[in-house]
Design a binder for this molecule. Structure first.
Ligand code: TXA
Ligand code: MG
Length: 507
């Protein structure tokens, strides 16, 4: 079968695109059409044959019901019966828009459309082309998302074409979907209205209109064994490469992912990462895709599927994604992301730090001083504490004035020779500290395994603005001053390390 591409506002065989598509629907054919959420694969909702064709084209299990799309609130009664007042209140506030309501089914809707259920899902989309198609066809249109079952939902006509070309009659091309994630599904047949699938209309939005709303527990937990929307039990939205979601503090997440990327690269694998725009500079992966700003969750929702699909065109084996805040719209984002990952999730904060490296320019002055001071301090966990230089041409011994100040403070350093920092020194549980911003930059530029997630200016990391003077060529007194400021800063560091250590123990 050849799949027609119908551009809105273009005419084919003297017929307007929508007119043409409407006729296909009336004749029992299938048309993919735009909605504000994602593209839908539409067929006549009252025709059992059309429903069967939809399941076949998508490769969708037939127990997974379709959503019936209407163009006017008055059509609600053509799809559902015993409609409670709250449905009309919700319609008034959110329709046209990304809200689907589950209601008792009308007799005219065949069970093929509802996956054998006595209830029906209904939605009035906020897209003029979609509504015009429904009106012109003279039918209600049953439509799941227009992707092959299991793949990310399509947010433009090309996505649909890639999945369904040759299997459906036509695709109406109306550019990008505005929202990018599927509608919120609200079940109005249970005692209290219950969200079965989160979307950009949030629980808080709904509660403002109708009071208490529940959330199907299968959405919130990792155990999806028995969701109330049949479709939610299937692995979904999955890109071709395997996806892992990493949660934790932004720095730790970046460090974890960067270090995985390095390891995979050494085994010959290419890796992509999905990150918030704000965090993108911390990453050193083969392909880094920014999904949008943390300040604009709707941007992240809009881009997510498109980015998952973009990765399918890249030759990569693994995708890592940052994790996002999971309330409000974030709940819908995390729901889709975790499904796409098959719930593979890692907490980067649990990868505790085991090695601390102080890095200086030549590695024979402030960095070994810091390492020696930290070793002399009491910490509630054993760390491997090292010092390195950015450029070490020969293994210099410890600077004599440093040695004098350390000895004067009761700290002995034996057998020291400067060493140059290399990638071998760094693994996923290493943290690097420099005394100066310029050193940090040089390290990150020079070494594959150093990045914004594991390399920090010491005073910035501990959050004091204490300047650690560079004593090079100065008096012994200046070296003494340097000792004092490093020691103060390290006391703050010990507090931070001990605190995160006790957090780990609580887990
Ligand atoms: O935004 C959307 O809702 C898009 C656009 C095209 O409208 N459609 C969409 O359809 O996402 P689909 O088929 O991919 O997802 C429909 C979901 C499935 O999880 C299905 O199980 C659930 O709705 N569903 C449909 N009818 C239901 C019913 N009677 N009871 C419970 N869940 C139902
Ligand atoms: Mg779908």
């Amino acid at each position: 079968m050849e799949t027609l591409i119908l551009k809105v506002d273009e005419s084919i065989d003297g017929q307007d695109a929508i007119e043409k598509a409407a006729k296909i629907i009336r004749d029992g054919g299938l048309v993919a059409f735009p909605t504000e959420t994602v593209y839908g694969l539409g067929g006549d909702a009252t025709n059992a044959r059309s429903a069967r064709r939809i399941y076949k084209a998508k490769g969708r299990p037939s127990d997974n019901p379709l959503i019936v799309h209407i163009a006017r609130v008055e059509q609600l009664a053509e799809a559902a019966e015993d409609i409670p007042d709250v449905a009309y209140e919700l319609a008034k506030t959110f329709w046209p828009g990304p809200l689907t309501m589950i209601l008792k089914k009308q007799r005219s809707i065949p069970r093929n459309t509802t996956g054998g259920l006595d209830t029906v899902a209904v939605r009035l989309p906020d897209n003029e082309v979609a509504r015009e198609l429904i009106l012109q066809s003279g039918r209600l249109i049953a439509a799941p998302s227009a992707n092959v079952s299991g793949r990310p939902s399509p947010t433009n006509a090309k996505h649909v074409y890639n999945d369904l070309a040759g299997k459906i009659d036509a695709i109406i091309d109306d550019g990008d979907s505005v929202v990018g994630l599927e509608s919120t599904i609200l079940d109005l047949t249970s005692d209290i209205p219950m969200i079965l699938r989160p979307g950009v209309i949030t629980r808080a939005d709904l509660e403002q209109v109708i009071g208490r709303v529940g959330v199907d527990s299968a959405i919130i937990s990792d155990d999806e064994s028995n969701p109330k929307a049949p479709g939610m039990k299937y692995r979904h939205y999955a890109p071709k490469a395997s996806l892992v979601v990493v949660e934790g503090d932004a720095y730790r997440v970046a460090n974890y992912i960067n270090s995985q990327v390095c390891d995979l690269r050494s085994e010959g694998h290419k890796t992509g990462v999905i990150v918030a725009e704000e965090n993108a500079p911390m990453y050193k992966a083969d392909i880094v895709k920014s999904v949008g700003s943390l300040e604009h969750e709707e941007e992240i929702a809009h881009n997510l599927y498109s980015i998952l699909r973009e990765f399918d065109n890249e030759d990569i084996d693994r995708i890592y994604s940052e994790s996002f805040n999971d309330d409000g719209i974030g709940q819908a984002i995390m729901n889709r992301l975790l499904k796409a990952a098959g719930h593979r999730k890692v907490n980067a904060n649990q990868e505790s730090i085991t090695r601390i490296i102080f890095v200086g320019k030549n590695g024979a002055s402030r960095s070994p001083m810091a390492a020696a001071i930290l070793k002399s301090m009491e910490l509630n966990k054993d760390y491997e504490i090292l010092s390195r230089g950015i450029l070490v041409q020969f293994p210099e011994p410890l600077n004599p004035k440093i040695e004098a100040v350390l000895t004067g403070n009761g700290i002995e350093v034996e057998d020291f020779h400067a060493k140059e920092l290399s990638d071998e020194d760094i693994n996923s549980t290493t943290i690097l500290f420099t005394m100066e911003e310029s050193h940090k930059k040089r390290i990150i530029d020079k070494l594959a395994k150093a990045n914004e997630g594991n390399t920090f200016v010491l005073s910035t990391y501990v959050g004091n603005e204490l300047e650690i003077p560079n004593p090079y060529g100065g008096s012994l007194q200046l070296y003494g001053l340097c000792f004092e400021s490093i020691k103060k800063t390290l006391e703050d560091l010990v507090n931070i390390l001990d605190q995160s250590r006790s957090k780990e123990e609580l887990k």
